[in-house]
Design a protein around this ligand. Structure first.
Ligand code: C5P
Length: 227
């Protein structure tokens, strides 16, 4: 079956406080978006890329796309709307694999990508990269007082990529939209259908660039990975 890579890149990245969306900020000699696409291409050179971009995007350059087969789709109001636009735009078979990866995670490695792909092939409910929680977790009350300590033994950080069969992911996201479910990743939409995707333990350095400090961190991570 075919592999479709969906990269939502239609966010504003407001927490960065920069003059352009964070995916266009430079890491070394190229923008974050170009690094992310190049890492995906290294692992899956024959996949079909679907890039979700804001219709008003003035920064994107097609020269940053290394995939021979790719298409651009319009982003939506929320991340899930962008991903759903991509699913509606592609001519996929129900059993095709769809992998969704945040443009803001350029430190993704081939070994994590391939491990996730394998797990998603084996699990009918799909799979996501994730990381067991290491810190003690507190639930705050309305006054920001530490009200409860959550047992952390089964808590994980959800990362991306996340991968599912096309028909399942499309049904899950359509269900989430129709029922106004709050979903911040693909797995939460699949869970809303009563299914449980496999958690695949991923590298701790799969950073999501969110705050200005993260740029230096990502540069250091990428240098350490290439070495
Ligand atoms: O803002 P945050 O880092 O959580 O965004 C996660 C990913 O979703 C980013 O890659 C961002 O560009 C994308 N996104 C999108 N469409 C939106 C909002 C976010 O494609 N409407």
């Amino acid at each position: 079956h075919s592999l479709w890579l969906i990269v939502p890149a239609a966010g504003q990245g407001k927490r960065m406080g920069a003059d352009k969306p964070k995916q266009y900020l430079p890491l070394g000699e190229k923008p974050i978006l170009a690094h992310t696409l190049s890492r995906l291409h290294r692992a899956f050179p024959t996949a079909h890329l679907v890039l979700c971009l804001d219709s008003d995007d003035r920064w994107f350059k097609p020269e940053w796309v290394p995939f021979p087969q790719w298409q651009r789709v319009a982003g939506g109001a929320e991340r899930m709307d962008s991903v759903l636009n991509a699913l509606h735009a592609i001519k996929a078979q129900d059993n095709d694999m769809v992998m969704v990866h945040d443009v803001a995670r350029p430190c993704i490695t081939s070994s994590d990508l391939l491990a996730l792909y394998d797990a998603a092939q084996q699990h009918p409910s799909g799979a996501l990269l994730a990381m067991p929680v290491a810190d003690t977790m507190k639930r705050a009350n309305a006054e920001q007082l530490s009200a409860v300590t959550e047992p952390r033994d089964r808590l994980w950080h959800a990362l991306t990529p996340q991968a599912f069969r096309y028909a399942l992911l499309r049904r899950a996201l359509e269900y989430a939209v129709a029922n106004h479910c709050v979903v911040t990743d693909e797995a939460s939409a699949v869970e809303a259908l009563g299914q449980a995707p496999k958690l695949v333990s991923g590298r701790r350095d799969n950073l999501k660039i969110t705050h200005p400090d993260d740029l230096a961190l990502a540069t250091a991570i990428m240098a350490s990975q290439v070495a």
